[in-house]
Design a protein around this ligand. Structure first.
Ligand code: ADP
Ligand code: ZN
Length: 733
C-alpha cells in the first residue's frame, strides 16, 4: 500500500486512483479512489484509515499494488483552497533533506486540521419585528430585557447574559418570538497599507532599501543586511515588505522569539497601519484557525512568526525576511529537525522570490555564502541618527573579584551607581535561568540531580521554591535532609542564576526598581509586552535578564549593559561556542546607548585574553570571524564541510550499546566521509532514555542523506530503539 508518487496528471476524474499523503510519520502515500465529483492534486480530502477518518492531501496519481477491489474511496473533498504546488514541493524537499517522513512535514503544514473546513458562521438570536402572542414568564421577560441595547447574541451567550437556562431561549425561538440569524465570520486580517510613508532614510539605508526593492523583480535571490545594532535594518526591510505588498504578494517575516516581539509589532503597525497576522505557539485555538485559513485564502498578507510559520499554505508568497538570522532559536530541535533560516532560503528558491537575512552578527554559514558569491551583502556600518556604538571593556575578575558569595564586581557596581545617578537605565545579563544552577550538601558534597537526565537540578525561587530539571521539567521541593549523609538542612545554593543576581541588585540598590526577564518568569506574550512597556516608560531602573533581553529591543535610556559571566557560553566548547558567545554578547551590548546618550558595556570575565573577549573589546568582528572561519575550514567543519548527527536512544543501556556496535560495523565508507562514534552523549540519560551519538563528517561534495538513509536501513534496532538524524546539528548534547 505504501509507495511514492510517480509523475502524473493533476486532475482526476471519478474512479481514478490517487496517492494521498497523510499528516502522519509514515514512509509514503496511500492510494484511494476518487469519488463522483472528481479531484485535483493538492486537494484536501477526507479518507478512511482503518476505522478512523483522516484528512490528507492528494499528492499525485496512485500506482500502488493495492488490488482494485480493495481500494477505498475518498469520502469527500474539503472546502479549502488546495495546497499549492510550491508548498507540496517544499514539503517533499524538507522531508528529503532532513530525512523525515513527508507526512511528518505535511503535519507541520496542516497544523490546524480544523481550519481546513470553513468556519461555520455563528448563529445569533434576534427579536422578530412582529411576534405572535406568547406566554410571558418571568424568565422569558428577563431574556427580552437582557436583549435591549445589545447586538444579536449567540444562544448560549444570551442565556448567560439573562441568567436563565438555554431552554428558556430555545422556548422563545420555538414560540416565534426570537429568530436566529447567521453572523458573518469576524473580519480576518485588515490589509496593511503599503503606501503609507515610512521614515526618511539615511543615504546608506536608502541605498540598501532600493537594492532590496529592486531585487523583488528578479526572482530568487538571497540578500544579507549586515548592519550594526541600531542601524535601522528593520526600517530598511520594511521598505522591501512595502514593495512586495505593492506587487500583490504575501510576505513572511520570521523572528526568533515572536512571543517577545511587542516592540516589533508596534513598529509594524506604525508603518503599515494595521498589525500583521501573528503565528506562534501562544495563539488561541480560534486565532490559530483563522490565521491558517486566512493565509490559505490569501486574506492575510503579512505573517510574522516563529519558524513554523514557514509551513503555512501561502498561495502568493513573494518575500521572506529572516530577522536575527544568526539566532539559534531558528533551529527546531524536536520532531522534524530543521533550520528555519536555511529552509526559508529553500522556500524562496522553490517559489522564485527573494529572501532577506538580517543581522548585526551574521552566522558563519551566511558569511561563507556571501564570500562564495551565493548571497549578496548590504552593509549598514553606522547607527541611526549618529548614535555611537557603546564602549566595551572587560572587567578582569582576577583583579577585581566580587566579595564572597556575590557576583557583581566593584567596577560593575560603580557603573550601575553612575547610570542610576544620571537617571539612566542599566541591564545586567546572565544567560542562566533560576536562582542557582547547582545545589549541594555542605556536609558530604552530594549534588541534587535529575533522576531521568544527566543534569543537575536548578533552584528556582520566584514561583515557589523548587528544584527543576531544565531538560525534562522534573521538579521537587528541596529535601529537608541530604539523601546521602542524612544531614539536616545542609543544602547550599552554588553559583548564580538571574534570580540570584536580581536579589543581589535589590540589596545593593534598595531604591532602584529591578525588573527580572527570563523565559520562565515572564509568562506569556502579554506579560512580556508589559515588562517591555515598563522598561520603555522608565518604570524600571535595572533590568536583570537571560538571553531574552538581548533580542532587538530599543530602550533609549539604557546606557549600561553589564555581562555578569562573559565566559559562560565558552564552556563546553562545541563547534559554535565561540561564534555563539560572540553573537550573543554583541547583541546584548547592542541594547546599550541606542539613542542620544552614549552607552557602555562591562564584560566580567576570568579570561580577558580569550579571543572572543578580545575581539569584543577591540570591536574587531571581522578579524574574529575570519579566524573562526579559518579554524573551521582547517577542520573540515561547517560551513566548509557537512555534518550530521545520529542520536540513538532507548530505555535499556546495554541494548542501545549493542545496537550502536552493529551500526558502527555497518557505517558507510567513502572517500571524504568519516563516521565518529559511537560516544555516550553528554546528556547520556534524557527523560529516562539512554543516549549515544555518532557524528558523520563529510566534504561538501558528498550528499550525506543517501549515505545515512542506506546506513540506517541496513541495521534494524527493534521496537525500543529510536534513531534520530540531525542534519546540520547545532546542539551536541
Ligand atoms: P536595527 O534593526 O538595525 O537594530 P532598528 O531598525 O531597530 O535597527 O533602528 C533603531 C532605531 O532607530 C529604531 O527606533 C528606529 O525606529 C530608528 N530608526 C532607524 N532608521 C530610522 C530612520 N531612517 N528614521 C527614523 N528613525 C529611524
Ligand atoms: Zn530531567
Amino acid at each position: 500500500m505504501l509507495h511514492t508518487v510517480a509523475n502524473s496528471p493533476t486532475r482526476f476524474s471519478s474512479g481514478a486512483r490517487v496517492a494521498v499523503l497523510l499528516p502522519l510519520p509514515l514512509v509514503g502515500v496511500y492510494d484511494y479512489r476518487v469519488g463522483g465529483e472528481g479531484a485535483a492534486v493538492g486537494d484536501f480530502v477526507a479518507v478512511p484509515l482503518g476505522r478512523r477518518e483522516m484528512i490528507g492531501v492528494i499528492w499525485g496519481g496512485g500506482c500502488g499494488e493495492v488490488d482494485e477491489r480493495r481500494l477505498k474511496p475518498i469520502l469527500r473533498r474539503l472546502d479549502c483552497p488546495p495546497l499549492p504546488k510550491v508548498v507540496r514541493d517544499f514539503v517533499d524537499w524538507v522531508a528529503a533533506y532532513t530525512l523525515s517522513p513527508p507526512g511528518a512535514v505535511l503535519k507541520m503544514a496542516m497544523s490546524v486540521p480544523e481550519a481546513i473546513e470553513p468556519a461555520r458562521g455563528q448563529v445569533a438570536c434576534r427579536r422578530v419585528a412582529d411576534p405572535p402572542p406568547f406566554k410571558a414568564t418571568a424568565a422569558r421577560a428577563r431574556v427580552l430585557d437582557a436583549m435591549l441595547g445589545l447586538p444579536p447574541l449567540a444562544l448560549a451567550d444570551l442565556a448567560r447574559e439573562a441568567g436563565v437556562g438555554s431552554a428558556v431561549v430555545r422556548g422563545l425561538i420555538a414560540a416565534g418570538v426570537l429568530e436566529t440569524v447567521d453572523l458573518p465570520a469576524p473580519p480576518a486580517f485588515a490589509r496593511p497599507d503599503h503606501a503609507r510613508p515610512g521614515p526618511v532614510l539615511s543615504p546608506a539605508q536608502a541605498h540598501a532599501a532600493d537594492a532590496l526593492a529592486g531585487g523583488l523583480e528578479a526572482g530568487f535571490s538571497v540578500t544579507v543586511i549586515d548592519g550594526v545594532t541600531g542601524s535601522g535594518k528593520t526600517e530598511v526591510y520594511f521598505e522591501a515588505v512595502a514593495a512586495a505588498l505593492a506587487k500583490g504578494r504575501q510576505v513572511l517575516v520570521l523572528l526568533p522569539e515572536i512571543a517577545l516581539s511587542a516592540q516589533w509589532l508596534g513598529r509594524f503597525a506604525a508603518r503599515f497601519g494595521v498589525l500583521p497576522a501573528e503565528w506562534h505557539s501562544e495563539l488561541s485555538d480560534a486565532r490559530r484557525r483563522d490565521t491558517w485559513r486566512s493565509v490559505a485564502t490569501g486574506a492575510a498578507r503579512v505573517v510574522v512568526g516563529a519558524r513554523s510559520a514557514l509551513f503555512l499554505p501561502y498561495p502568493e508568497l513573494g518575500l521572506i525576511v529572516v530577522d536575527e538570522e544568526h539566532d539559534g532559536a531558528f533551529k527546531q530541535e524536536e520532531g522534524v529537525l530543521y533550520h528555519a533560516r536555511d529552509m526559508a532560503v529553500v522556500r524562496g528558491m522553490l517559489g522564485g522570490f527573494p529572501v532577506v537575512l538580517a543581522s548585526a552578527t551574521p552566522s558563519l554559514e551566511t558569511l561563507a555564502n556571501v564570500q562564495a558569491g551565493r548571497y549578496r551583502r548590504l552593509h549598514l556600518p553606522d547607527r541611526h541618527a549618529g548614535a555611537a556604538m557603546p564602549a566595551m571593556v572587560a572587567v578582569d575578575l582576577r583583579r577585581d573579584p566580587p566579595p564572597r558569595g556575590r557576583w557583581l564586581s566593584p567596577p560593575l557596581v560603580r557603573a550601575v551607581e553612575e547610570a542610576l545617578a544620571a537617571g539612566e537605565q542599566a541591564m545586567l545579563f546572565l544567560n542562566r535561568r533560576g536562582y542557582a544552577p547547582l545545589t549541594l550538601c555542605r556536609g558530604c558534597g552530594f549534588r541534587l540531580h535529575c533522576p531521568h537526565c544527566t543534569a543537575w537540578l536548578v533552584e528556582h525561587r520566584r514561583q515557589g521554591r523548587r528544584l527543576v530539571c531544565h531538560h525534562c521539567g522534573y521538579a521537587i521541593a528541596q529535601p529537608p535532609e541530604c539523601p546521602q549523609c542524612g544531614a539536616d538542612d545542609s543544602f547550599a545554593a552554588c553559583g548564580p542564576g538571574v534570580e540570584r543576581i536580581a536579589e543581589e541588585t535589590a540589596a545593593l540598590f534598595p531604591d532602584a526598581r529591578v525588573a527580572l526577564m527570563a523565559s520562565d518568569t515572564v509568562g506569556g506574550p502579554a506579560a512580556a509586552a508589559e515588562i517591555v512597556r515598563r522598561i520603555e516608560a522608565h518604570e524600571a531602573d535595572v533590568v536583570v535578564g537571560t538571553q531574552i533581553v538581548a533580542k532587538g529591543y530599543h530602550f533609549p535610556l539604557m546606557t549600561l549593559v553589564g555581562v555578569v559571566d562573559a565566559d559562560l557560553g565558552l564552556e563546553g566548547g562545541d563547534l559554535r561556542a565561540a561564534e555563539r558567545t560572540h553573537q550573543l554578547l554583541s547583541q546584548v551590548a547592542g541594547r546599550s546607548g541606542r539613542a542620544e546618550r552614549p552607552g557602555r558595556v562591562l564584560l566580567q570575565t576570568w579570561e580577558p585574553d580569550h579571543p572572543v573577549i578580545r575581539a569584543l573589546v577591540a570591536g574587531e568582528r571581522d578579524a574574529f570571524i575570519a579566524s573562526e572561519a579559518e579554524a573551521r575550514r582547517a577542520a573540515g567543519m561547517p560551513p566548509y564541510g557537512r555534518l550530521a548527527a545520529l542520536i540513538v536512544s532507548g530505555p535499556d543501556a546495554a541494548e542501545v550499546e549493542e545496537y550502536c556496535r552493529r551500526l558502527a560495523r555497518a557505517a558507510p565508507r567513502a572517500d571524504g566521509l568519516v563516521v565518529l562514534g559511537p560516544a555516550p552523549a553528554p546528556l547520556a540519560l534524557l527523560r529516562g532514555r539512554h543516549r549515544r551519538r555518532f557524528l558523520v563528517k563529510a566534504k561538501r561534495s558528498i550528499a550525506l542523506q543517501p549515505e545515512i538513509r542506506a546506513w540506517i536501513a541496513k541495521v534494524d534496532g527493534g521496537r525500543q530503539i529510536r534513531v534520530k538524524v540531525d542534519v546540520d546539528p547545532y546542539t551536541f548534547l
